[in-house]
Design a protein around this ligand. Structure first.
Ligand code: FES
Length: 168
């Protein structure tokens, strides 16, 4: 079983809210990711059983949304935008620097993402879904290092347990 006993109870309560059980797939995927920080095969299997669909259908639904992580992620999820505005203002260089600095760091997962809807602050990135804008590669590394050293407090990697937050 993927869900903890407590979360299994929550999951059943969520399913009961919907006229059709399958409508609970996304809320249950959020619950699983809140619990583990990512969406495991076991979690998708359990969601399938709870909602009366196949695990492939759960995977098909969840794979559409980039916020669902299919592999374990580090304590700090660094999401670097390389979409159009960030692309021309240094997003790729930011991404390259983040990958270079943190590739071997198990606490940090670096991902390339589409537009974060903060184009006026390009180039930008998020760390555990908190925004950091108008960055240079060195400034971005400084931000990440401040999280790692405890100078900045982060949300959990699943985006819950907010401490501070919002665009900065
Ligand atoms: S293009 Fe990067 S935030 Fe929009």
């Amino acid at each position: 079983m993927a869900f903890s006993p407590e979360n299994r109870g929550r999951a059943r309560t969520i399913v009961a809210r919907y006229p059709q059980s399958r409508s609970a797939i996304l809320p249950l995927a959020h619950l699983a990711q809140d619990q583990d920080g990512w969406l495991s095969d076991e979690a998708m299997q359990e969601i399938a059983e709870l909602t009366g669909v196949t695990a492939a259908q759960v995977q098909g639904t969840c794979s559409f949304y980039t916020m669902f992580k299919r592999d374990p992620v580090g304590k700090y999820l660094v999401s670097v935008c390389t979409n159009v505005t960030c692309l021309v203002l240094g997003g790729p260089e930011l991404l390259e620097e983040m990958r270079h600095r943190y590739d071997a760091d198990p606490d940090v997962t670096v991902e390339e993402v589409e537009c974060l809807a903060a184009c006026d602050g390009a180039p930008c990135m998020q760390v555990n879904y908190d925004y950091h804008e108008l960055l240079t590669p060195d400034a971005a590394a400084e931000v990440v290092d401040e999280y790692k050293s405890g100078k900045r407090r982060a949300r959990t990697v699943s985006g819950t347990a907010v401490v501070g937050g919002g665009r900065a």
